[in-house]
Design a protein around this ligand. Structure first.
Ligand code: ADP
Ligand code: MG
Length: 498
């Protein structure tokens, strides 16, 4: 008898079949991975489990007994706790208030209540080893990574016996990812069920016992992870053999310098960055989190006011804002897609053509035919799963939103394309498409700055990698020096030197 069982779950939205007869089961004490491409139905299935969606058909059983989950409260009472893919904290409320929202003991009032909440929150923070979040901080003042931690604690505060983590690591910094993977193991060892979704295979391999694979809303199989290798998993996810994950590396880098950066400085985060970017080159940017990588891209894009010398094709430039950067052919795909890159309420064509309106305009009118054409070409290239042109971006799955942001920037035909961790939260099939696109863009005589937190990607996609430390370039690795060990070594070595 399974401890948690999904039986024949189906769910459609209008005409879209999100889930089609999904069946599999989980047992207590395991970390169970749920894998599938963006749009495969993972989040929808877990929303059925958490009472956020009603299934059209099928049932869920706990310990062999059918249960009825009609609301999030029903799910909570059954011991099901879900960390959703979308962040949901209320910005104006404090960490404590967010964690205990809707569950604040009613016998507590005023000052006493606040003190009590603070104490309960502190206890939770201590129990799970979180020492850099304060109970009284407002959610809006927290970094993305810390907000995600609070989302997780909010679920743990209900002491659930089934814990769902829907792409919970994608917003976390590296050491926090390790923390969460350790926590997942610990929760399972306590006899709970952890359902874990991530697009990073290394996390799946490190943290999970068994895996269920979904494809187009249907279950493909449930298997112990130890029985599978990466290629098998990927083939099951995409439904065909995938030749090789990374594109064949054929460097198109030339000697011609397109961007020359000297002594770039910004507050305490950029402390004299220097490098040359060549035509046809994919230049990686790596290092431990928070060493100025993000600020470097933002400074070049003109959204933070840095000092220093930037030469584009031999001319000194100074971008004062993104509009100016785009006009000069410099585009950035930012990190936080929902807040920085997309207008979620607007249609996908509108979003894709947003940045390129200048080049699409005929007179003062936007050329709608041209807009649709351009969007369509990128949508098919990036395999963005949509039901139609008029679908708002918010109805897309998370990874698909990321693809829309990329499509939007590609449509500007940039000479210098800056990419901030574009494959985060994106499925393997699409990652592969993105890698090829990046190489293709460079091959057309443009240049790419490729910031990634994934060392494997840096090694396999880039011609050369700058490892940043303390706001400077600590190592410049190319040719035979471009290995995972050298990148990690330079990140850490530089750290020890201090
Ligand atoms: N609220 C919704 N309205 C319309 N379509 C939706 C909604 N939520 C999900 N979908 C669609 O259902 C499919 C599965 O999405 P989702 O469960 O988010 O996928 P995953 O989490 O595996 O990436 C997608 O085609 C998506 O566009
Ligand atoms: Mg999802």
């Amino acid at each position: 008898m399974a401890d948690l069982e999904f039986r024949g779950i189906s769910k459609s939205f209008g005409g879209i079949v999100a889930l089609d007869d999904v069946s599999f089961s989980c047992v207590r004490g395991e970390v169970h991975a749920l894998l599938g491409e963006n749009g495969a139905g993972k989040s929808t299935l877990l929303k059925v489990l958490s009472g956020a969606h009603r299934a059209d058909a099928g049932e869920i059983r706990i310990d062999g007994q059918p249960v009825s989950i009609h609301s999030p409260r029903d799910a909570m009472e059954l011991g099901i706790g879900t960390v959703y893919q979308e962040l949901s904290l209320i910005p104006e409320l404090t960490v404590s208030e967010n964690i205990f929202l809707g569950r604040i003991p009613t016998n507590l009032v005023g000052m006493h209540r606040r003190a009590q909440l603070r104490a309960m929150t502190q206890e939770l923070l201590d129990r799970y080893g979180v020492d850099d979040v304060r109970p009284d901080t407002k959610a809006k003042e927290l970094s993305l990574s810390r907000r995600q931690i609070v989302e997780i604690l909010r679920v743990l505060a209900t002491d659930p016996s089934v814990i769902v983590l829907d792409e919970a690591t994608s917003a976390l910094t590296e050491n926090r990812v390790a923390w969460l993977l350790g926590l997942a193991r610990r929760l399972a060892d306590e006899g709970r069920i952890v359902i874990f979704i991530s697009h990073r295979m290394s996390e799946i391999r490190d943290a999970c016992d068994r895996v269920t694979i979904l494809r187009n809303g249907s279950t493909v199989d449930t298997r112990p992870l130890a029985d599978l290798d990466m290629d098998e998993i990927v083939s099951m996810m995409i439904g065909r053999q995938m030749s090789s994950y990374f594109p064949e590396k054929r460097s198109t880098a030339t000697d011609e310098v397109v961007l020359r950066v000297r002594d770039l400085r910004y507050q305490h985060t950029l402390n004299g960055v220097e490098f040359d970017l060549h035509r046809g080159e994919v230049l990686g940017i790596g290092g431990l989190a928070g060493q100025g990588q993000a600020e470097l891209l933002r400074a070049l894009y003109g959204v933070i006011p840095a000092h220093g010398s930037i030469e584009l094709d031999g001319d000194q430039i100074h971008n004062r804002d993104a509009r100016e950067a785009l006009r000069r052919g410099m585009a950035l795909v930012p990190e936080e897609r929902a807040t920085q890159g997309l207008l979620l309420d607007f249609s996908i064509p509108f979003n894709t053509s947003l940045a390129s309106l200048g080049s699409l305009k005929r007179g003062l009118l936007v050329d709608l035919g041209r807009e649709r054409e351009l969007t369509q070409s990128y949508i098919s290239q990036l395999a963005i799963r949509t039901t139609g042109d008029t679908q708002p971006a918010s109805a897309l799955s998370g990874g698909n939103q990321q693809k829309v942001v990329l499509a939007k920037m590609l449509a500007t035909r940039p000479e210098i394309l800056m990419l901030h961790d574009i494959t985060r939260g994106v499925d393997v099939g699409t990652k592969k498409e993105m890698f090829s696109l990046v190489r293709e863009i460079a091959g057309e005589g443009n240049a790419v700055l490729y910031l990634s937190t994934d060392v494997e990607e840096l090694v396999n996609v880039c011609d050369r990698v700058l490892v940043m430390h303390d706001g400077k370039v600590a190592a410049d690795l190319g040719g035979a020096d471009l290995t995972a060990d050298r990148i990690i070594g330079a990140s850490i070595g530089a750290h020890v030197e201090q």
